[in-house]
Design a protein around this ligand. Structure first.
Ligand SMILES: C[S@@+](CC[C@H](N)C(=O)[O-])C[C@H]1O[C@@H](n2cnc3c(N)ncnc32)[C@H](O)[C@@H]1O
Length: 303
C-alpha cells in the first residue's frame, strides 16, 4: 500500500485497515495528500455564505484553527463537535472508565471527538463512510499530535463496526461513542426530535442494538430537543426494564449544543465529581482562547 500515501507517517495511520480497497477511493485519498486538499486558511472567508457564521466562530470548532493546520470540508464546518464539548465528553468518559484503553468513534467526521479521546486513551478507532472526512480527521489529528493513536476505518458504520473492527481489535472496545448525523438544520424546526424517524443513517433503536451487540458502554451525542420518552422506551426495549440512560445537557457559552446520552454501568455509578476543568496543553498556542467555564452541565437519569 506504500504507493498510496505520501509519507511513511501517513501510511501508519491507514496501515492494516480494511475499507480502502476500492481503487477510486485510494486515488482520491492519494490526491488529497498530494494536493494538501481542504486545508483551511483561517483568515479567508469560505465561499459559501452559509458557512460564514461557522467561520466567524472557528476557534470554537478547533482551538488551533488559526495556526493554519486544520482541514475541513464544507460539511465539516457545521458538523464537527466544538472542541470544548469534545474535551468535556472525553474527560467524562475517562473519569468513568479509569482502566479503559480503547474507544471507538463511529461517524468520526473531521475528528473533533476522536482527537480528544486520543488525548486520554491509548487507542482510538474512527469510522466514517466519507473518505474526505477521514482524510481531514487524520490531518487534524496530526495538528493535535494524536494521529499515532488513531486507526481510521473507511466504510459504512454497521459493517465496519461488526466485521472490520472486531477482526482488527480482537476484543471488545471499552466504549463506543457516536455523533450520528441529525439530518440537517431542520431538526430545530420541530418541538421534539423523533429519534426513530430523523436520526441518520438509521433509527436510534437500530444504531443502539448494533452498538450493544459489540459493547455495553455507549455514548451518543444527540439533538437538544430529542424525544426523551423515546430514549427511555428504547432503552427498556433493548436492555430490559431495570436499565436506564443518563442524559447530560451541555451548554457551551450559554447555548445548548445538544445532549449526551450514556448507557452502561460505569456511567450510572458515577461519582459527584465531573471534570469540567479542562487542561489546556501549554505547548499549544491558542488563538481566541476560551475558558472551559463557558460550559454548563446538567444531568438527569431516564428510567
Ligand atoms: C455529525 S458528523 C460527525 C462529527 C464528528 N463527531 C466530529 O467531531 O468531527 C457525522 C459523520 O457521519 C458520517 N456518516 C454518515 N453516514 C454514515 C454511514 N452510513 N456510515 C459511516 N459514517 C457515516 C458522515 O460522513 C459524517 O462525517
Amino acid at each position: 500500500m506504500s504507493w498510496l500515501l505520501k509519507t511513511p507517517k501517513d501510511l501508519g495511520c491507514f496501515e492494516g485497515i480494511d475499507g480502502i480497497n476500492n481503487i477510486k477511493v485510494r486515488h482520491r485519498l492519494k490526491k488529497h495528500f498530494f494536493d494538501d486538499s481542504y486545508r483551511i486558511n483561517p483568515y479567508q472567508r469560505p465561499n459559501d455564505k452559509k458557512l460564514f457564521k461557522f467561520w466567524k466562530n472557528r476557534a470554537t470548532i478547533f482551538k488551533l484553527i488559526n495556526n493554519g493546520n486544520i482541514y475541513l470540508t464544507d460539511e465539516l464546518w457545521f458538523s464537527v463537535t466544538p472542541e470544548n464539548l469534545a474535551q468535556f465528553t472525553a474527560n467524562y468518559v475517562r473519569h468513568c472508565l479509569p482502566n479503559g484503553n480503547c474507544i471507538v468513534d463511529v461517524f468520526c467526521g473531521g475528528g473533533g471527538n476522536t482527537i480528544q479521546f486520543a488525548r486520554l486513551f491509548e487507542k482510538v478507532y474512527g469510522i466514517d463512510s466519507n473518505i474526505d472526512h477521514l482524510y481531514c480527521a487524520y490531518k487534524n489529528a496530526e495538528c493535535y499530535n494524536s494521529a499515532v493513536k488513531l486507526k481510521l476505518i473507511y466504510g459504512d458504520w454497521e459493517e465496519s463496526l461488526k466485521k472490520t473492527l472486531v477482526k482488527n481489535l480482537g476484543k471488545t472496545p471499552d466504549c463506543i461513542f457516536a455523533s450520528p448525523p441529525w439530518g440537517g438544520v431542520d431538526y430545530l424546526r420541530q418541538d421534539t426530535y423523533d429519534l426513530e424517524e430523523h436520526l441518520q443513517p438509521s433509527p436510534l433503536s437500530k444504531i443502539l442494538s448494533v452498538f450493544f451487540s459489540v459493547c455495553q458502554n455507549v455514548v451518543l451525542f444527540l439533538p437538544r430537543n430529542s424525544d426523551l420518552d423515546q430514549l427511555s422506551s428504547i432503552t427498556h426495549d433493548l436492555l430490559g426494564p431495570d436499565e436506564k440512560c443518563k442524559v447530560v445537557y451541555v451548554k457551551d457559552n450559554g447555548y445548548m449544543k445538544g445532549i449526551l446520552a450514556f448507557w452502561g454501568r460505569p456511567f450510572y455509578d458515577f461519582s459527584e465529581y465531573y471534570p469540567t476543568e479542562i487542561e489546556e496543553e501549554e505547548s499549544h498556542e491558542l488563538n481566541n482562547k476560551r475558558s472551559s467555564k463557558d460550559l454548563e452541565i446538567k444531568m438527569e437519569d431516564l428510567y
